[in-house]
Design a protein around this ligand. Structure first.
Ligand SMILES: Nc1ncnc2c1ncn2[C@@H]1O[C@H](COP(=O)(O)OP(=O)(O)OP(=O)(O)O)[C@@H](O)[C@H]1O
Length: 577
């Protein structure tokens, strides 16, 4: 009976095994650490130093091609070495009993096991996904060649005496065929997988691009729609389940409506008609764009909605809040009653502040404009009340508002004065309740409504609304300006006024000219009778003002100074007509 002696593994066998074991143990967590941390803990980086360095190395492995390739080489070649080291390390021993018998290989595993392990090493080589495919093919080719060298030369005896499935076929050929077939098959599997992955990747890129395009288009559509429709109406129109014929209609109890007309547009000196049109359009475009910017820069929580631009008129409204449709805050169902709720007041106040901001914006525009342009002015009308809103038209939908408040706002504009904000009585009452100064203009004829009381909303030098409590200061300043203007012969009040005043103030045959100044409609209801005891008498200058605190002495060429600068504000509160 033959007797085999076991000689144990050689040192290099153990070395390779131990090295690879630790390499695998260390590399595994390092390569996966970043992925697992991000997935289960989050994007926040670890604070612990050791974890942080593992995290960084792990991130480097993901980013760096060189590190990835090095790991690939260590793992693939290491596994190949493990599967072959046993064969290279096995020794030929002489069988001692009987003494003349042949040598046999000892300490070797079955050569078919080795070939299968080699096949697994080849499989692992192709499993690495983020390594350049030609490089993988070179490594796989090198491994196959080396294996064939082992089979046919280095350990030829071991493979030659092995079992084979084909009787008469050299087992080494069987091993050779197995390894080559495994290599080629894996190569094709790898190529087709790679091709599919690339295709998937391209599709993914294409899909991403198309998704981005679709998102951009959606944003553009939204933007365009939001330019012509209020945001909440856009959502209704973007609803795919909405029927095309469905009418969109809303009712609001209190909306502040504004019509602002550009006046004094003595634009361009060009003789060429086309050129002039272009110039006018560019001016209009710039001014309207400036106004549009105010819609988004306003600080009020109540949104001012641009309704349309018709010719030189800018129409806007405040209070078209989707949550306020059929508002229960409304105190009455008649359109003339004012809205008493804080919301109603805020809506009106926001609209008036917006109008003031438009005036300031236009002043800035005029200051920055070029020489051939003589400047624009604004005439603004505001009203508030019940409004019906809706979208009309299907191909070119237009959001618009209708109602008494809209008609009145339009009339406040058309019957107003350049450079002033005219409001209806209802709106003025709300403003007054908000502590904003208004000045009664008097009875104004409004088509369809007859004579109605209208009010101006005065603004200070910085286009701010004036608080009721500051009315004394305001009127004093107004008077001072007026007198200064009159004395200097300025022409920014009505012509008749300035002519008359100039004459009277300088004692030039004034008495028989004009006996009353209606200079400015901020001043109404009370008479101011200057008394200098000299050239100007009350009959010469019947100056109407709301502030009877200013019964002062006024001397010729002297700046107007009120005698009682601490007058009670109650004196000026009554600005009703
Ligand atoms: N949604 C709106 N958009 C623009 N302007 C409007 C709107 N609703 C009313 N107006 C304007 O308000 C003004 C007053 O309307 P109202 O119906 O009282 O008078 P009208 O007699 O029809 O108008 P007009 O005096 O122009 O003939 C009109 O000039 C009209 O153009």
């Amino acid at each position: 009976m033959r007797c085999f002696r076991f000689y144990g593994f050689r040192w290099y066998t153990w070395t390779v095994f131990i090295f690879l074991f630790f390499a695998m143990i260390i590399l595994q967590p390092i390569t996966w650490f970043h992925f697992l941390w991000t997935k289960y803990i989050g994007v926040e980086e670890p604070r612990n130093k050791i974890l942080r360095s593992i995290y960084d190395n792990s991130a480097n492995i993901i980013k760096s091609v060189k590190i990835r390739t090095a790991i690939y080489l260590i793992v693939s070649l290491g596994l190949a070495a493990i599967s072959i080291v046993n064969v290279i390390g096995c020794t030929e021993v002489k069988i001692e009993d009987p003494p003349d018998s042949e040598t046999v290989l000892s300490n070797c595993v079955s050569s078919w096991h080795v070939t299968q392990c080699w096949g697994l090493a080849l499989l692992l080589n192709f499993l690495f996904s983020r390594v350049f495919f030609i490089f993988k093919w070179i490594v796989a080719g090198g491994m196959t060649c080396f294996y064939l060298y082992v089979v046919w030369d280095l350990k030829s005896t071991l493979f030659a005496i092995d079992a084979t499935w084909n009787v008469g076929l050299d087992p080494r050929i069987s091993h050779t065929l197995s390894v080559i077939i495994i290599t080629v098959s894996l190569y094709w599997i790898d190529r087709t997988t790679e091709y599919r992955n690339r295709l998937d990747n391209l599709w993914q890129i294409q899909l991403n691009e198309e998704q981005q395009e679709a998102e951009t288009m959606l944003k553009v559509n939204n933007m365009l729609l939001e330019n012509i429709l209020p945001a909440h109406v856009v959502q209704v129109y973007l609803n795919l389940h909405r029927s095309i014929d469905e009418l969109y209609y809303e009712n609001y109890d209190n909306v502040a409506v504004m019509f602002a007309s550009l006046t004094d547009y003595k634009l361009g000196m060009e003789t060429d008609a086309d050129m002039s049109d272009k110039f006018v359009l560019s001016i209009l475009d710039e001014v309207i764009s400036d106004f549009d910017r105010l819609l988004i820069t306003g600080s009020s929580i109540h949104k001012v909605e641009k309704i349309k631009v018709a010719g030189w008129t800018y129409m806007a409204a405040c209070g078209l809040d989707p949550n306020r449709r059929d508002s229960i805050d409304s105190s009455s169902n008649t359109s003339t009653i004012r809205g008493n709720s804080p919301y109603d007041k805020a809506v009106v106040l926001t609209m008036v502040e917006f109008a003031a901001a438009m005036m300031m914006q236009l002043r800035n525009f005029n200051r920055g404009s070029f020489q051939s342009f003589e400047g624009l002015n604004l005439r603004i009308g505001i009203s508030n009340g019940k409004v019906a809103a809706g979208v009309v038209g299907s191909l070119k939908p237009l959001y618009d508002i209708w109602g008494h408040a809209v008609n009145m706002a339009s009339r406040m504009d058309s019957t107003g004065e350049t450079g002033k904000i005219q409001v209806t009585e209802n709106t003025a009452l709300i403003l007054e309740e908000c502590g904003v100064l208004t000045a009664c203009r008097g009875e104004t004829f409004v088509k369809g409504a007859g004579y109605v009381k209208t009010y101006f909303v005065p603004l200070d030098d910085h286009f701010n609304l004036i608080k009721t409590e500051d009315s004394i200061l305001y009127y004093r300043k107004e008077n001072r300006n007026r007198y200064n203007n009159l004395i200097n012969g300025f022409d920014d009040v009505s012509d008749a006024t300035s002519v008359y005043s100039f004459n009277s103030l300088y004692g030039m045959s004034a008495a028989n000219d004009i006996t009353s100044i209606q200079a400015d409609n901020y001043f109404a209801s009370r008479s101011y009778e200057p008394n200098d005891g000299d050239s100007i008498t009350s009959s010469e200058l019947d100056y109407t003002t709301t502030d009877n605190a200013y019964n002062n002495d006024m001397t010729r060429n002297q700046t107007f100074e009120p005698a009682d600068s601490t007058s009670n504000s109650e004196d000026v509160e009554d600005t009703r007509c």
